[in-house]
Write a protein that binds this ligand. Structure first.
Ligand SMILES: [Fe+2]
Length: 529
């Protein structure tokens, strides 16, 4: 472990188990606390403010593990709860995750599994702590900004019109900060930052470069006023390289009046702007993450010292905003792993659906992109695609794997899986947008689907996308009661059912543009069908 000794509270009613775990954890350099049931654990947590992770058994007297975790969640505690359970089945897994547990360790456990899972939890814990620190830093920065704008406000009273304009600008920045901080998509955050720069500084050209993973290059991730997006520069070259290496801003008010050193630097960079400033973007956790470049090109316009001051404060907050979105993305990737674990739980129960969820997701995402969906919708589809059949956990395995036609009663049970799925995922915040897909992925355009019998436009577009992908994969895979159909036969059936079961336009796009990306098949093979 790097910077800090993380503390783990072990909660188990078996003394022997507690002491084995204690030994393992001490060996791994964790500080260890012990409690024999949920009740005692809560007391310890109240009295001890340095507990990072709780490792708890499920079944215990007085207060069991699920109750303990629910208690932590209801108190908005940011301690990471991990469950230990001797008996893993999908229902337990779901109840464990729904109670708010971050992960689980199967019993009997081996030291390696414990080490691995704790490592992951520490990573998440670090993120939480970093985020807290970030928030604090942002608050201080906001205070500074406010102080500066108050100062300017006083001057405005004196009647300086230019300052009055600046005051308005600072107010605008201050308000936009809130938005920067709440965005979860770093590309959006960056775009937003550049637009603020454009508005406040009046610059027609600005860009943000981010450090690449190897830390040797800077890549232009977004730009206004020009189109060098994705261009990479080495950190040992030119203006950006200079700023990165020195971690200092470089301000050239007027390039016609600079020293020879700077002239050389500009020459190496093909930098043509008349007036520019390049500012390092630094964060607490990652250090230098990138550079903000702002330029003014017009003959009669230069970036003033005052504007550079504003940009200095602004770039601090922009960096914190970008970092917070990047952190969010990392958290989200962890969520995706959790979801995959959930989906593996159904696939373990129903071998015919193995791989189904992932293929459906791939087809659905591709179709959605072809139709023009982006950002949030694609993210939702990625999660929902994996989870759409999660409700099958609640359908008896004999029905899922029955190698013959289902009886009416069995079919009725099977038809409950979208609602069961919805109830499993309900209440898990980041999966909220997936609920409609999970619930309604068996609706039909003609209203004959289930569970709600929605018709045509009543079915959200993104749900219809998944329905086509789902049906395609179901037909092209082996099922308990029949072999896989060929792609051509499947296409034929999609066409027969368009406008009835499926959205006609989506079927058309799927056949024309999506299938060919996954199968050696061209849409003209089916012409005339
Ligand atoms: Fe389904």
């Amino acid at each position: 472990m790097d910077d800090k000794n993380f503390s783990v509270l072990v909660v188990d009613d078996e003394a022997a188990l507690r002491s084995i775990l204690k030994e393992i954890l001490l060996e791994l350099n964790y500080s260890v606390y012990l409690a024999e049931d949920g009740y005692e654990a809560l007391q310890k947590i109240k009295n001890q403010d340095d507990i990072d992770i709780v490792l708890t058994d499920i079944k215990m007297p007085r207060m069991d593990g699920l109750e303990l975790v629910r208690n932590l969640k209801s108190e908005n505690s940011d301690i990471i709860p991990i469950m230990m359970t001797g008996y893993i089945d999908s229902e337990i897994l779901v109840s464990v995750l729904r109670a708010g547990a971050y992960d689980f360790i199967p019993k009997p456990f081996d030291a390696q599994a414990v080490e691995l899972i704790l490592k992951r939890s520490v990573k998440k814990r670090k993120m939480i702590l970093d985020n807290k620190r970030l928030m604090k830093k942002l608050k201080t920065a906001n205070k500074k900004l406010k102080a500066q704008s108050d100062k300017l406000k006083q001057k405005v009273v004196i009647g300086d019109k230019i300052l009055e304009k600046k005051y308005e600008e600072l107010k605008y920045i201050s308000e936009t900060m809130k938005k920067i901080n709440s965005s979860m998509d770093y590309k959006k955050t960056i775009h937003f930052i550049l637009n603020v720069v454009k508005k406040v500084i009046g610059s027609k050209r600005a860009s943000i470069m981010l450090m690449t993973e190897d830390k040797k290059h800077l890549k232009v991730v977004d730009m206004i006023g020009s189109s060098f997006i994705n261009e990479k520069v080495s950190i040992s070259n030119g203006v950006a390289g200079w700023v990165a290496k020195n971690n200092e801003l470089l301000y050239v008010k007027d390039r016609t009046k600079v020293s020879d050193d700077i002239k050389k630097l500009l020459k190496a960079d093909r930098y043509e702007a008349r007036s520019f400033v390049s500012l390092p973007l630094n964060t607490v956790k990652r250090g230098l993450i990138g550079i903000l470049n702002v330029t003014k090109d017009k003959e009669d316009e230069v970036i003033t010292e005052e504007e550079v001051d504003i940009l200095k404060i602004f770039s601090q907050q922009a960096a914190a905003g970008i970092e917070s979105s990047l952190t969010y993305e990392e958290l989200e990737n962890h969520y995706l792993l959790t979801i995959k674990a959930l989906s593996n739980a159904i696939e373990a129960k129903d071998e015919y659906t193995r791989g189904h969820a992932e293929r459906v997701t791939e087809y659905a995402v591709e179709l959605a992109k072809q139709v023009g969906y982006s950002g949030e919708d694609i993210r939702t589809l990625k999660f929902a695609g994996i989870l759409h059949d999660i409700g099958k956990i609640g359908v008896p395995a004999e029905i899922l794997g029955k190698p013959a036609k289902l009886t009416d009663k069995e079919y009725d049970l099977m038809k409950r899986h979208p609602e069961i799925g919805e109830s499993i995922v309900e209440g898990i915040d980041f999966l909220e947008p997936c609920l409609k897909i999970i619930r309604n992925h068996h609706e039909r355009i003609d209203g004959k689907g289930y569970p709600d019998g929605l018709k045509g436009e009543q079915i959200p577009g993104i749900v219809k996308v998944l329905t086509v992908a789902d049906a395609f994969d179901a037909m092209t895979s082996d099922r308990p009661y029949r072999k896989a159909l060929s792609v051509s036969e499947t296409v034929k059936r999609l066409k027969i059912n368009k406008g009835k079961q499926f959205d006609s336009k989506l079927v058309g796009i799927f056949i024309e543009k999506v299938i060919g990306k996954f199968f050696n098949w061209r849409s003209n093979e089916s012409k005339g069908n």
